[in-house]
Design a protein around this ligand. Structure first.
Ligand code: RIB
Ligand code: CA
Length: 328
């Protein structure tokens, strides 16, 4: 049974892996892709999403650009991690244009047109999802499910000691989504365990397309730099692919908690889960607290290996400075 998904992304190398996973399997049917400013600016995330989909042959999937900045703050990109244009291997420029409608509007329109059928996978800052909630407060009831890659419930953050990057960049949006939408939060508690074995990435980096480009995205490095990048330590985490794999293989275990997102001071973006044995607060989120990492790896590798497409003359983006370990 295929899952029909809306994907909100800020590609971003791990976002690109999620898109590739969705394209690789018939069990994920992409209804639409919406883009948001995050890892890099909206112009880059939108071009990257369109280029990746075209490379994967998903030319009929509409791409709708969303917010070019957080709700109230200045954008803080992660270009030091994802490369100046957001991908360590850039596909050729896309030929299709994005749709004219804004991302938040597309999320609402598709949910209204397919009540109870679509799962929204949000893997960037939650600006578009928050705007969609403002447009349509009934959005949670119109969606079949809402899975968010975001938050660090019981582990250290990656953008600050207490905050995961997507929540850190737009904490006001994350607060609104947590308060109003009852999301499933797939945070660093589980995505810290989402790595593909280094040997597999090294082998793919010296293979033909598409594996060579997928290796670059998995390692957050240009193909010729993959070995050096992996020599630095454990392979980077494929955070965003986690919500896609969970649609295929239920690799996550969730627990319900009352939760809030901090928006003030140095703890901006922190996800505060109330795990006291006795609390008078009602749960409002489900938090992923465990993952079957070996099934995650097997499902992701098997799906990506099944991609069979024409190779492209990929153009590598040369980083001006070495990759940072933050967020990856
Ligand atoms: O913290 C990891 C998240 O931040 C991922 O979605 C990654 O793409 C970045 O957006
Ligand atoms: Ca992302």
């Amino acid at each position: 049974m295929a899952s029909s998904v809306l994907i909100d992304v800020d590609p971003g190398n791990d976002d690109a892996v999620l898109i590739a996973l969705a394209a690789a399997t018939e069990r994920l049917d992409i209804e639409a892709v919406t883009t948001v400013a995050g890892n890099v600016g909206l112009e880059h995330t939108t071009r990257n999403a369109r280029a990746i989909l075209e490379w994967l042959g998903e030319t009929d999937v509409p791409v709708a650009p969303g917010a070019d900045a957080p709700l109230v703050r200045e954008l803080e990109t992660a270009s030091h991690v994802h490369g100046p244009r957001g991908l360590h291997t850039q596909p050729p420029e896309p030929t299709a244009d994005p749709v004219a409608a804004a991302g938040a509007n597309v999320i609402v329109e598709r949910a209204r047109a397919n009540p109870g059928e679509l799962t929204l996978l949000a893997v960037g800052p939650l600006t578009n999802v928050a705007l969609a909630l403002a447009l349509e407060p009934e959005l949670p009831e119109l969606l079949d499910d809402l899975q968010v890659m975001g938050g660090a419930a019981f582990v250290t953050g990656n953008a600050s000691p207490t905050a995961e990057y997507n929540f850190y960049v737009d904490p006001e949006a994350a607060r609104r989504v947590v308060r109003q939408a009852g999301p499933k939060l797939v945070g660093l508690d589980v995505t810290n365990h989402t790595t593909v074995p280094s040997d597999t990435i090294r082998e793919w980096a010296s293979s033909d397309e598409p594996l060579r480009t997928l290796a670059s995205w998995l390692a957050y490095a240009a193909p010729e730099n993959v070995d050096d990048a992996l020599d630095e330590g454990t392979p980077p985490r494929v955070h965003d692919a986690t919500v896609g794999v969970d649609q295929l293989a239920d690799v996550l275990e969730f627990e319900s908690y009352p939760a809030e997102v901090e928006t003030y001071g140095s703890h901006r973006g922190a996800l505060a889960c109330d795990d006291r044995p006795r609390t008078d607060r009602e749960p409002n989120v489900e938090v992923a607290v465990d993952i079957d990492a070996s099934v995650f790896r097997a499902e992701l590798v098997d799906a990506l290996q099944s991609l069979n497409i024409e190779s492209w003359p990929a153009v590598q983006t040369r980083l001006s400075e070495p990759r940072s370990s933050m967020h990856s």
